[in-house]
Design a protein. Structure first.
Length: 495
């Protein structure tokens, strides 16, 4: 692209998203990439390029590691109270700027403004929660069983962290890592997805205003994430990789990290079952399904990917879901009345189309939606399918779009069997009025998180993460999130 090397321009006169600093954010300064190349940012509702950000090189990545290393000692020695106050200020600034941040998210990601506002609120909470956690990191003190010495366990910051985030929650996936890392006393390099860099840079400007010292948070965007990540992991000063993204890329990165025995946290893909029993409250189940399926137009790792409904309630549920899905207003995320925005890329739309055609080819019935509209932009209509075969590709792959596939079941055992018939294990949803059954099924479903009569479970105060191929480690929660950025040091003391 032929643009000034350090320009972040946003070709949207109507929106108040100007005035952000721009460039790679390294050592507290904005800079172009060392070879001057830029990445175009596309508005998914039109398909046109609306902004450009620098495309970092290997030299830029290593400069970011240098900056994080230079800032590390002072930051880990900064009093927890002071770190806490800085994080609290990040929270306050995010809240003050929430409308502008929401617009940026909506612009580059495409999600409906109401979803973007929800994301900013959720993302900001990671700063508030970790500000509160930063001053509650304790150690252990005990006597060795032999009685010969005391055992002191101290929790120390793990060191320099590389953080890699996806495009579907450009703010929250970044703050869910940055806030606990900073609370723990680590310095970081964030590599956000190149589809949604504007939010990450807008947040970087906010950190420095909040008092985060230069070099503590560095942000770089690149079209060569593989080589740059490998180079950073090969630097012995880097001790942590925290990744959120697809299982495929996660596997590759675990291999890279293994070469240097770097600690990893992996928040990977999902394939959430949404199970509705005959005795469920129908309206509550439909409300929950709409949230679990349609938050971010289905582009969420926790999205209900397979909906299993017991025979007695099946027809009423399918009818209700069709009615609600068909009524959703589809449009550009920035339009005030939009409820379902575009997908992130044309490729994402094509994948959804392939999955729907495969399911229909195996006998699924289209209750609404089901084909790509002709308008510009990366849109796919809210779609409900019934009689979806358990063999359909969409029962095994993330749809990541506004498609709700319904499969009928008869018994509790069958529901559990369907739910666990996946390599993933991130989230699951259960609707029943029988609490004993709800808890029993929750314990039998292999997932890190369960929504029992709830369509939304994300909460900074609770541990977020998956089992099986959905990842390793947890984010948020009491101690869980911070613990991923700490190392236990044992000191044997005789006195
Ligand atoms: P992705 O794996 O394609 O990309 C994620 C990030 O990794 C991006 O920043 C990308 O640039 C980077 N990346 C890609 N290849 C890389 C490589 N070889 N080395 C280093 N970095 C590389 O995922 P995506 O399409 O951006 O996001 C969607 C996926 O993320 C879905 O699978 C979704 O379920 C998952 N996700 C999981 C969670 C969770 O908490 N478990 C949350 C959000 C999204």
């Amino acid at each position: 692209m032929n643009l000034p090397p350090n320009a972040l321009w946003i070709d949207q006169d109507d929106y108040d998203v100007r005035g952000f600093s721009h460039g790679l954010y390294i050592d507290g300064r904005w800079r172009p990439s060392s070879d001057g190349r830029v990445i175009g940012v596309v508005d998914p509702s039109s398909g046109s390029v609306i902004a450009a950000v620098p495309d970092a090189t290997l030299d830029d990545a290593l400069a970011a590691v240098d900056a994080a290393a230079k800032a590390a000692t002072a930051w880990r020695e900064t009093a927890p109270r002071k770190r806490s106050e800085i994080l609290r200020r990040c929270f306050e600034l995010m809240v003050e700027r929430s409308e502008t941040l929401a617009m940026l998210i909506s612009l580059e990601n495409g999600k409906a403004l109401r979803d973007a506002r929800g994301e900013v609120a959720y993302a900001a909470e990671f700063f508030r929660w970790n500000a509160e956690e930063a001053v509650r990191i304790t150690g252990e003190f005990g006597t060795a069983p032999s009685g010969t010495n005391r055992i002191v366990v101290d929790y120390e910051p793990i060191g320099i962290c590389v953080l890699i985030t996806p495009w579907n929650f450009p703010a929250a996936m970044a703050t869910r890592k940055i806030a606990p890392a900073l609370a723990a006393g680590c310095t970081v390099i964030l590599k956000p997805a190149s589809e949604t860099p504007l939010t990450a840079y807008a947040l970087a400007a906010l950190y420095s205003e909040a008092g985060v010292p230069a070099g503590v948070v560095n942000v770089l965007t690149t079209t060569s994430p593989g080589p740059l990540t490998s180079a950073m992991l090969a630097d012995p000063r880097v001790r942590k990789l925290s990744f959120t993204g697809s299982t495929g890329v996660g596997r590759t990165l675990l291999g890279e990290a293994a070469k240097h025995v770097v600690s990893c946290s992996m928040e990977l893909g999902g394939n959430a079952p949404f199970v509705v029993f005959d005795d469920a409250d129908l309206d509550a189940a439909l409300d929950g399904a709409m949230i679990a399926k349609m938050r971010n137009a289905g582009e969420a790792c926790t999205a209900a990917n397979r909906i299993y409904v017991q025979s007695g309630i099946h027809d009423a549920f399918a009818d209700g879901l069709r009615e609600r899905m068909a009524a959703l207003k589809v449009g550009p995320g920035m339009s005030a009345d939009t409820e379902c925005g575009p997908m992130i890329t044309r490729k994402a739309v094509d994948k959804i189309d392939r999955l729907v055609k495969d399911a229909v080819g195996r006998g699924a019935k289209v209750l609404c939606g089901g084909s790509i509209p002709e308008e510009e932009g990366f849109f796919y209509p809210p779609t409900v399918l019934s009689q979806v075969s358990p063999d359909a590709d969409m029962a095994h792959e993330e749809i990541f779009g506004p498609v709700a596939p319904i499969t009928r079941f008869e018994t509790e055992a069958e529901a559990v069997m369907h739910a666990n018939n996946t390599e993933y294990g991130l989230a699951a949803y259960i609707y029943t009025r029988d609490v004993a059954r709800g808890l029993r099924v929750a314990s039998r479903i292999e997932a890190g998180m369960i929504g029992l009569n709830r369509g939304l479970m994300s909460d900074p105060a609770a541990p977020f993460g998956g089992v099986k191929q959905s990842g390793l480690g947890r984010e948020g929660g009491q101690h869980h999130g911070i613990a991923e950025f700490m190392e236990a040091k044992y000191i044997a003391v005789t006195f």
